[in-house]
Design a protein around this ligand. Structure first.
Ligand SMILES: N[C@@H](CCC(=O)N[C@@H](CS)C(=O)NCC(=O)O)C(=O)O
Length: 212
């Protein structure tokens, strides 16, 4: 049985949604960030980054939310939601997954915690935060592809990239132009957040407000 080490609404939400979508049995293990448990000696043994999430799959222990999602997709090819390996659709699936984690997610993390780069320099923190918001906004604009090819990343076919966007879209809700201010993104979010495989994991993580 899988074991997902998590904290509510953190990057674990994407693998969590995928586990639910695939109907898998899993244990949720809380890594209490309030107590900085992600930096504890025991947790660092399974995730030397000291970050959340971590997946334990038998003898396999792995970190990075997107990699965990891709691993789950590989483990359950019959369940979808990812196109067949070697097809152009699969290539597009990789494109969006890597774009989301490598470009958008990284910028959102800088926007959330600019002081990790700037330390106690308040003015620099403000500049970095504004810059990160602008860059994240530009990445969100790229997703306007959905206007012509939506409603989901791969057209009508649900893929794990859609879950990944739900995860990321929750974080920047306070931005001046949050993800939902783009109609194509709002349409995707409405469709995907209506799924039980999205509502259930967020409820299990204790999220009671609108998901994103
Ligand atoms: N790229 C990593 C980022 C993981 C990450 O930074 N997680 C955050 C929560 S969303 C975390 O653990 N923050 C606590 C910390 O950095 O100490 C992933 O997607 O798994």
């Amino acid at each position: 049985m899988y074991q997902l080490h998590h904290f509510p609404s953190n990057a674990n939400a994407a693998p969590h949604m995928v586990l639910e979508e695939f109907g898998q049995k899993y244990d949720l293990v809380l890594v209490d960030r309030v107590k900085n448990a992600q930096k504890s000696k025991d947790y660092l043994k399974i995730n030397p980054n000291g970050r959340i999430p971590t997946l334990v799959d038998g003898d396999l222990v792995m970190f990075e939310a997107a990699a965990i999602v891709l691993h789950l997709v590989d483990q359950h090819p019959e369940a979808g939601p990812a196109p067949k390996v070697g097809t152009p659709e699969r290539a597009k699936f990789y494109q969006w997954m890597i774009f989301l984690t490598n470009s958008l997610q990284e910028e959102l993390m800088i926007w959330q915690s600019p002081d990790r780069l700037t330390g106690t320099d308040v003015a620099a923190t403000e500049v970095v935060k504004r810059g990160a918001e602008k860059r994240a906004g530009a990445y969100l604009d790229v997703i306007r592809h959905l206007k012509e090819n939506g409603p989901l990343f791969l057209g009508e076919k649900l893929s794990a990239a859609d879950f990944y966007l739900v995860l990321l879209a929750r974080w920047p809700r306070p931005m001046t132009s949050p993800p939902r201010s783009r109609p194509a993104i709002a349409r995707l979010l409405d469709k995907v957040t209506a799924l039980p495989s999205v509502r259930r994991p967020y409820a299990r993580e204790g999220v009671t407000d609108e998901i994103c």
